[in-house]
Design a protein around this ligand. Structure first.
Ligand code: MEV
Length: 438
């Protein structure tokens, strides 16, 4: 059957749903009920969400959880986390509490530079291109004044533009490599607008540059786009304490714990198979806060993983040291985040999350997000090197299995109690439900 459709985006929401149900669903009534169940009863709120993207048919919920007790640079935060994975918020909260009793997290923004590039093809004498760039550079910046005016007034703007010769890697390929300070905005629109203006000015000026031959004047702009790789937009977060102070209910032998923990981090530093999973655990914390605060988690993911491979081999984003009896654990990651613009002023729950975080600026948010990643990694590596991950994971997953079997509230209470002293596996839960229902 040919299910192609043209003009789909022009259909009304209910026409879209009708087409979808007619085309792909056998039980259309149930599917329609489901789609409509997730609509918000407040029409204005629903319209707001409908208009975030094209072809919206309903909403897709993720839980918004809170991990309290995060002491970061002596300020206490309750951190909002939007995530579906059962154990993440619990692990973050546990790590927060653990470090709250040991001085909390220290975090520092190292740099805040963003990057964008105009990629172009030039077939000619390099010295002439360099001369042209030298002449035109200030004009490129001047021509963007209508875009940069407000940003400059607030102290940001274009930092520099460089001409980069990439012809060794790709024939005739050059870049205008530009750096930006976008303050509290993530800056994607600002940067892309500047870049597209650079491209227009660059191309136009080249046509009039007397130093070029007719052929050389014909620069081809391939594309103009920001880079999500921001190795100069860096934040560092850290925890440390005397090894003996690590002692707790879960850590009866702190010396042994510290050594094993450090070994686990060293393994992630040298072994990419482990590093990817280790970093995935970090991103559990990072993405959840990035998403809750209306930031672009795909951009953050792409940039962070590129950074993890910056030395030519994919490696751990966190590091650990033991010196003179002091255990130190830290993360250093690039994070291009915004607290103004984009979804931050549009999505009511993002506004709520920002208020929960005491209205952070972009630098504060970078610190909070880095801490969430570090805390998550601490929790994961602590479990992995002590009890193993499944104990905690399956305890958290228990509720998912119970819901799958539509357990009643009474059944849930009984089964949660039962599994406090029994190992949770899928089949053990099924057996227990069946036994209870007999
Ligand atoms: C699961 O989502 C994340 C972990 O696998 C991370 C890790 O192995 O460090 C537990």
């Amino acid at each position: 059957m040919d299910n192609t459709i043209s003009g789909f985006s022009k259909l009304s929401k209910s026409e879209k749903i009708d087409w979808l149900l007619n085309t792909y669903f056998t039980d259309q009534d149930s599917a329609r009920t489901l789609v409509q169940q997730y609509w918000n009863s407040d029409d204005k709120l629903q319209k707001l969400h409908d208009e975030f993207i094209e072809n919206t048919i309903t909403n897709y919920y993720l839980p918004l959880g809170v991990a309290p007790n995060f002491l970061i640079n002596d300020t206490l935060y309750a951190i909002p986390m939007a995530i579906e994975e059962s154990s993440v918020v619990a692990a973050a909260s546990k790590a927060a509490k653990f470090w709250l009793e040991r001085g909390g997290f220290k975090a520092k923004v190292i740099s805040t530079e963003k990057i964008g590039q105009v990629h172009f093809i030039y077939k000619g004498d390099i010295a002439k291109l360099q001369a042209f760039f030298k002449e035109v550079k200030s004009k490129l910046i001047e021509d963007t004044a209508f875009i940069t005016k407000n940003m400059e007034r607030r102290g940001g703007g274009i930092l520099d533009i460089e001409l980069r010769n990439k012809t060794e890697d790709l024939t005739n390929y050059y870049q205008l490599h530009a750096t930006f300070e976008t303050l509290d905005a993530m800056g994607a629109n600002f940067i892309n607008s500047c870049l597209e203006q650079f491209a227009v000015s660059f191309k136009t000026e080249a046509l009039q540059f007397e130093g070029f031959t007719e052929d050389e004047k014909n620069i081809t702009i391939v594309m103009s786009i920001l880079s999500n790789y921001v190795p100069e937009c860096l934040v560092r977060a850290e925890v440390s304490c005397d090894i003996e102070d690590l002692k707790s209910k879960d850590i009866p032998n702190p010396q042994q714990f510290a050594q094993k923990f450090k070994q686990a981090v060293s393994i992630a530093e040298i072994e990419p198979y482990r590093a990817v999973t280790h970093n995935k655990g970090i991103m559990n914390g990072i993405d959840a806060v990035v998403l809750a605060t209306g930031n672009d988690f795909r951009a953050v993911e792409a940039g962070v993983h590129a950074y993890a491979a910056k030395d030519g081999k994919y490696s751990s984003l966190t590091h650990c040291s033991i010196d003179n009896g002091v255990f130190k654990f830290w993360i250093e990651i690039p994070l291009a985040l915004g607290t103004v613009g984009g979804l931050t002023s549009l999505h009511p729950l993002v506004k709520f999350a920002m208020e929960m975080l005491q209205k952070p600026n972009a630098k504060d948010l970078m610190q909070i997000v880095a801490v969430a990643g570090l805390a998550q990694n601490f929790g994961a590596v602590k479990s992995l090197t002590t009890t193993g991950i499944q104990e905690g994971h399956m305890k958290m997953h228990l509720m998912n299995i119970l819901n799958q079997f539509e357990a009643t509230e009474v059944e849930k209470v009984k089964l949660v109690e039962h599994f406090k002293t029994h190992t949770v596996t899928h089949s053990a839960v099924v057996d227990a439900i069946e036994a209870l229902r007999k």
